[in-house]
Every structure is written in structure tokens, then in C-alpha cells.
Design a protein around this ligand. Structure first.
Ligand code: GRF
Length: 193
């Protein structure tokens, strides 16, 4: 039987890391066509770093304060990504805007998950903004990353209803369940392509 090698993922996080954990859980299925090669965080205290370490995955931190400027910070991260042999780079709650140099270097294989139905609600605080705007539908988007924040080509979306008594927290929890499914499903599709 010929087996295709699994694609390697670099996952960039800044905090909780629940999307990274969901991807990790998917990779435990032997039929999933990708595995996590490295987890990178710009925040030494990110909970997701501990999760990755416990799972035996290479986990590295690159704090902005340890580099003289943004270009050097990004160069160190790019070196780690390249050394890991990652085929697909997944931003999963990574809270820094990446430069055009960075996004161009990984064009077509750098993806992000964003908690809104883009192009609606780019940026932060998406759940409260959706409620305030009177939306009846909200959700999440996986998109390619380009230099424009949350502006790259949309790959897939998942929708949830906005309920009359929703708070940002209840809506966020409903969206997060969909994020965890959507991200792995897009990664599987890209890894098989
Ligand atoms: C998620 O809602 C993701 O869509 C957004 O940041 C959040 C990260 O959550 N980009 P987690 O760190 O994956 O738990």
C-alpha cells in the first residue's frame, strides 16, 4: 500500500490555543492528512504552548520584546517555520499583524481563522459588534492571509444563529464550536490538494 506523507503544519498562537488543540485532536486520527510540526507563540504565557509541550510537539516562543524590530522578530519566526518543514502555516488566535514580506513568503499556504462571517466584522470584538448590529446570523471564516488584516481570499465559513438573549460570551462559545470543526476541515482539504 502506498501511503502519502502527512503534510506538516506550523500553528501560530498568542493565547488560549483552543483551535490549536482542536487541530491536534484531529491529527490524532490516523486518516487525517496533516500533523503539527511546530507550535509558535509570541507570548511566553500562552496556555496553548503548555498544551503543545504536554503533547510532545515542538513549541517555541518568540516574544516581540526580545527583538530590536518587527522585521527581526518575523525573521526569527520564519526561520523556525522553515526549519520545521511546514507546508501549511495556520494562524490560530495569533494576535500580531504580519508584514507583507511575511505574508508573501507563504502566499497560498498561510491561513487564519477569524470569528465572524467576513467581510463583516474584521478586527477585534466581533461577537459584541455582531449583536450590536442586530445580526441574526454570525459565524467564523477561514481565509488565506494577505497584507490586509482579515482581508485575504475566503476559503470556508460556518454560520450560527444569533439568539435574542445572546451576550458576547454565549455567542462566542457557539461560534467557537464551529471554529474547531471548520479549521480542521479546511486544513484537511488543503493538505489533500
Ligand atoms: C478564536 O476565536 C479565533 O477565531 C480568533 O482568536 C480566537 C483564538 O482562540 N482569531 P484560541 O486561542 O484558538 O482558543
Amino acid at each position: 500500500m502506498v501511503t502519502t506523507p502527512r503534510k506538516k503544519l506550523a500553528v501560530l498562537i498568542s493565547g488560549r490555543g483552543s483551535n490549536m488543540e482542536a487541530i491536534l485532536a484531529s491529527t490524532r486520527n490516523k486518516d487525517f492528512p496533516a500533523k503539527i510540526a511546530i507550535v509558535i507563540s509570541d507570548n511566553a504565557d500562552a496556555k496553548g504552548l503548555e498544551t503543545a509541550i504536554k503533547a510532545g510537539i515542538e513549541a517555541r516562543k518568540f516574544e516581540r520584546k526580545d527583538y530590536s524590530d518587527k522585521a527581526n522578530h518575523e525573521a526569527a519566526i520564519m526561520k523556525a517555520i522553515d526549519q520545521s518543514g511546514a507546508d501549511i502555516i495556520c494562524l490560530a488566535g495569533y494576535m500580531r499583524i504580519l508584514s507583507a514580506d511575511f505574508t508573501k513568503a507563504y502566499e497560498g499556504r498561510l491561513i487564519n481563522i477569524h470569528p465572524s462571517l467576513l467581510p463583516k466584522f474584521k478586527g477585534l470584538d466581533t461577537h459584541q459588534r455582531a449583536i450590536d448590529a442586530g445580526e441574526t446570523e454570525h459565524g467564523c471564516t477561514v481565509h488565506f492571509v494577505n497584507p490586509e488584516m482579515d482581508g485575504g481570499e475566503i476559503i470556508a465559513q460556518a454560520k450560527v444563529p444569533v439568539l435574542a438573549d445572546d451576550t458576547a460570551d454565549t455567542l462566542s462559545a457557539r461560534v467557537l464550536i464551529e471554529e474547531h470543526k471548520l479549521y480542521s476541515s479546511v486544513i484537511a482539504d488543503l493538505a489533500k490538494a
